[in-house]
Design a protein around this ligand. Structure first.
Ligand code: SAM
Length: 227
């Protein structure tokens, strides 16, 4: 089956309850609505945006746990970074990393306009290299939360790279763990992204160091709490 058609079919099946949830949740404010519009106009990849339900959930997570130190892997245009920063402590620091130089300008512009120039550090480059070499050595405190939202085949690597630096009781949240339905049933795929997500989901379920919940909102969020 054609991949785009398959993704659209999956989204259509889930659209009704998702739309109801969106209609009964707080909408994006003016700045984030503008960021979404600009992302759609400037990039053909705008389906990578987290969306309001997930953004608001991440913000509330940060508020609930009093997050001060957060790492995001996969900035894209900064939408989820801004949501998380809004939920963090006033003096909190969010490190976010992306290897696509084309998003750097829009990320900088919107972080500044959102008032988070002092709170969000946007790293440019390969997360697999920057996390151990640049980000972890400069952390002032253990991580309260890690949000994994980059290349699917490296989810396990990101998890292992960060794990020891997450505080006890801290969270790791991974996006797209349902991978548009490709991880289950007859339509299960065999490509490297699907294999990466499938292996990640299995590995964390069996990891005695964490408690886990696969939350089926949007494309699936794996919520992990370090014991
Ligand atoms: C799904 S998007 C992130 C969406 C963003 N978190 C949001 O909610 O708006 C994934 C991003 O990961 C980035 N990415 C993929 N592989 C990467 C890598 N090895 N290192 C750093 N960033 C990577 C891509 O450039 C892309 O912008």
């Amino acid at each position: 089956m054609d991949e785009l058609f398959e993704k659209q079919q999956y989204q259509t099946t889930n659209r009704q309850y998702e739309q109801y949830a969106i209609d009964h949740s707080m909408p994006d404010d003016e700045l984030l609505s503008e960021l979404v519009r600009r992302t759609h106009l400037s990039f053909t990849t705008s389906s990578m945006l987290s969306g309001m339900l997930q953004g608001r959930l991440l913000q509330m997570f940060c508020q609930m746990i009093g997050a001060k130190t957060v790492l995001e892997i996969g900035t894209y245009t900064g939408y989820s970074s801004i949501y998380m920063a809004r939920g963090m402590a006033e003096d909190g620091i969010l490190h976010t990393v992306d290897n696509n130089p084309e998003v750097a300008d829009i990320v900088d512009e919107f972080i500044t306009r959102a008032g988070f120039s002092d709170n969000i550090i946007a790293h440019q480059g390969n997360a697999l290299e920057l996390i151990p070499k640049i980000i972890i050595p400069t952390l002032d405190a253990p991580l309260d939360l890690v949000f994994i939202d980059a290349d699917k085949e490296n989810y396990i690597n990101y998890y292992e790279l960060c794990f020891n630096n997450v505080r006890k009781g801290g969270f790791i949240i991974a996006d797209n763990v349902l991978w548009y339905g490709r991880v289950f049933g007859e339509s299960a795929h065999n490509d490297k992204e699907t294999k990466g997500i499938t292996a990640f989901n299995q590995m964390v379920k069996e990891d005695p160091r964490v408690e886990n919940l696969l939350l089926p909102i949007r494309d699936g969020l794996m919520i992990l709490r370090k014991k």
